[in-house]
Design a protein around this ligand. Structure first.
Ligand SMILES: [Zn+2]
Length: 498
C-alpha cells in the first residue's frame, strides 16, 4: 500500500469540519511535500512529524512523500493534524495497516519525541466524530473532554507508539472510560446574600422567568453587580444539548481545561473592552464575551461607558441569538443567545435623585450621558428598574422567593408553562404569539391603551409590557393576564427619570 487516508477535523468557529489527510508514497528522490497547510505551519509540522516517527523507532520512508490535507479552503493551522499526518506516513509505508484507519478520526500535536500534546477545541470534534459514526483518537489530556460526547468511542494515547501498537494488533487499546472529572457544579451565588432590594430581586425573578433582558439604573453602591450575578442561579438548569453547546464554546475559546460543567456562564466584561473582545473577531476568529455568555448572562456594568459602536453590534445577537463575523473570504458564526443584564448610573456622577443631594450634574450633562444609549438598544430591554440606596438598617426578610432555590423553583414552573403553551420563553414571543397568548378583555385593553397614551409609550413598548405581564401571570399560574399584572409590568418601563 502506498496510499493512505486518515480522518481528522479542523476548527472553524465552534464547528469541526472534516479534514482528510492523504499520504502518497512514490519512487524518486526522497522528499516530503505537504499540501493544504499554510506555508508557516508546513515546515514546523514536517519537522515534528519526521522527528516523532524516527524517535518512536519507525522508519521514515526514503521516498517521494506527498501529503495532502483536504479540503483546501479550510483554515488548518496549529499542530492538531500532526498525529493524522504521522499515521498517514506510517500507513502508506506499510508500517501500520491502512485498512484499520477508516473507522477512526485523529487529533493531536506531536512532540519531537513522539509523545502527544493536547489540542484545543476537542469537544466540537468529538460531537462531529460521533455523528459520523467513527471513534476518536485524542491525546490523554483531552480524553475527559472528548467523553462529554456520550456514546463516542474515545481512544486516549500518550505516545505515537501506543497507536501504532493498537492498529497493528499488538496491544489493542480499550476505549477510554470517562472519570467524570469535568462534571462538577460550583454553587451559584445566592439571592439570600443580597440585603434588602426587594423590588430589584422581584425584577430578577421576572427576568429569569420570562428570559427578559434587564436594566438596573441607580447610584453606586446599590448592589447592582451583586444582584446581576444572582441571575444564573435563578435560571432553569441547562439541558444536555445546551450544556454541550456551552462546553464546546469554552473548548475552542480557552487553553484551560473545562471546569464547572454543566453550568450557565456569567460574563462581566469591562466597559473598556474592545469590539473583538466583546463580540468576537480577529484574523482567526475567536468567540467574544457575548458568545462566552451563550445560554447564560452577559452583565454590562456602566452601560453608557461602553463604546457606542460596540453596543450597536449587540442588537443583532439580541434578536437572532448568534453573531456573524465576516472575514476576507468567508463568514464565521458564533452562537450568542445570552440574557443581558445592564446597569447604569442615573447621571455622570451617579447621585442624581439621591437623598444626599451630592449630584451637581447639569441637565445638559445628564442629557448627553443618557443619549449615549440608542433607542433601538434600550428597546430590546423589557425590564427597566430604578434601584435606590437602602436605608442602613438591619433587616430580617422571610420573603418568599428571596433565596435562589425558592426563586428557581418559581422560575422553573413559570418556564414550564411557557414552553407547554408556546414552545418558547415569553421574551421571544412574536406578534402572532402576542395575539394568541396575551389576549386581554375589553376593559383591560382600554385601560392599557389609556395608560400607554398617558405615558407616551410606543406600540413596541406596549408589546413589551404585554410580554412582561404574561410572565407575571405565569409566575402566579394564571391562565389569563389580569389588571394587576399589567400594572406591575408598566412599572418596568423607563420613565423620564430613566
Ligand atoms: Zn450627577
Amino acid at each position: 500500500m502506498s496510499l493512505a487516508i486518515v480522518h481528522s477535523r479542523a476548527q472553524v468557529g465552534v464547528e469541526a469540519p472534516a479534514v482528510t489527510v492523504e499520504a502518497h508514497l512514490a519512487n524518486g528522490l526522497p522528499s516530503l511535500a505537504l499540501v493544504g497547510l499554510p506555508e508557516t505551519a508546513v515546515k514546523e509540522s514536517k519537522d515534528r512529524v519526521r522527528s516523532a516517527i524516527l524517535n518512536s523507532g519507525f522508519d521514515f520512508p526514503p521516498r517521494r512523500i506527498t501529503l495532502n490535507l483536504a479540503p483546501a479552503d479550510l483554515p488548518k493551522d496549529g499542530g492538531r493534524f500532526d498525529l493524522a499526518i504521522a499515521l498517514g506516513v506510517l500507513a502508506a509505508s506499510g508500517q501500520v495497516p491502512a485498512d484499520a484507519l477508516d473507522g477512526v478520526e485523529c487529533l493531536g500535536e506531536l512532540a519531537l519525541s513522539g509523545s502527544l500534546r493536547p489540542v484545543q477545541g476537542v469537544l466540537p470534534a468529538a460531537l462531529a466524530a460521533r455523528a459520523a459514526g467513527r471513534a476518536l483518537v485524542v491525546p490523554r489530556a483531552n480524553a475527559e473532554e472528548a467523553c462529554l460526547a456520550s456514546g463516542l468511542r474515545v481512544l486516549a494515547i500518550e505516545h505515537l507508539l501506543e497507536l501504532a501498537a493498537h492498529f497493528s494488533g499488538q496491544t489493542p487499546l480499550a476505549p477510554y472510560q470517562a472519570q467524570g472529572l469535568l462534571r462538577r457544579l460550583r454553587p451559584y451565588p445566592d439571592l439570600a446574600d443580597v440585603q434588602g432590594q426587594h423590588a430589584a430581586k422581584r425584577a430578577l425573578l421576572v427576568a429569569a422567568a420570562g428570559a427578559h433582558n434587564l436594566l438596573f439604573s441607580g447610584p453606586p453602591g446599590t448592589g447592582k453587580t451583586l444582584l446581576a450575578s444572582r441571575l444564573p442561579g435563578l435560571l432553569p438548569p441547562l439541558d444536555e444539548g445546551e450544556a454541550l453547546e456551552v462546553a464546546a464554546i469554552h473548548s475552542v475559546a480557552s487553553h484551560a481545561p473545562l471546569d464547572a460543567w454543566p453550568q450557565r456562564p456569567f460574563r462581566q466584561p469591562h466597559h473598556s473592552a474592545s469590539g473583538p473582545a466583546l463580540v468576537g473577531g480577529g484574523s482567526r476568529p475567536k468567540p467574544g464575551e457575548i458568545t462566552l455568555a451563550h445560554r447564560g448572562v452577559l452583565f454590562l456594568d456602566e452601560l453608557p461607558e461602553f463604546d457606542r459602536k460596540v453596543l450597536e453590534v449587540l442588537r443583532e445577537p439580541l434578536e437572532s441569538g448568534e453573531i456573524v463575523i465576516a472575514r476576507a473570504h468567508d463568514k464565521v458564526r458564533f452562537p450568542a443567545r445570552f440574557q443581558l443584564v445592564a446597569a447604569m448610573n442615573p447621571c455622570p456622577c451617579g447621585y442624581l435623585g439621591d437623598p444626599s443631594g451630592r449630584c451637581r450634574c447639569t441637565p445638559d450633562q445628564i442629557q448627553r450621558y443618557r443619549a449615549k444609549l440608542s433607542g433601538p438598544l434600550l428597546d430590546r430591554i423589557d425590564l427597566h428598574l430604578r434601584v435606590a440606596r437602602e436605608a442602613t438598617a438591619l433587616q430580617v426578610e422571610p420573603l418568599a422567593g428571596s433565596n435562589s432555590a425558592e426563586g428557581a423553583a418559581q422560575v422553573a414552573a413559570a418556564r414550564q408553562r411557557q414552553l407547554g403553551r408556546q414552545g418558547r420563553a415569553n421574551a421571544f414571543l412574536d406578534l402572532e404569539g402576542l395575539r394568541r397568548h396575551c389576549a386581554l378583555n375589553d376593559t383591560d385593553r382600554h385601560w392599557l391603551e389609556n395608560a400607554c397614551e398617558r405615558l407616551g409609550l410606543s406600540l413596541r413598548a406596549a408589546h413589551r409590557v404585554l410580554k412582561v405581564a404574561r410572565t407575571l401571570a405565569d409566575l402566579e399560574a394564571c391562565e389569563r393576564i389580569a389588571r394587576s399584572h399589567l400594572a406591575e409590568a408598566l412599572q418596568y418601563r423607563p420613565s423620564g427619570q430613566t
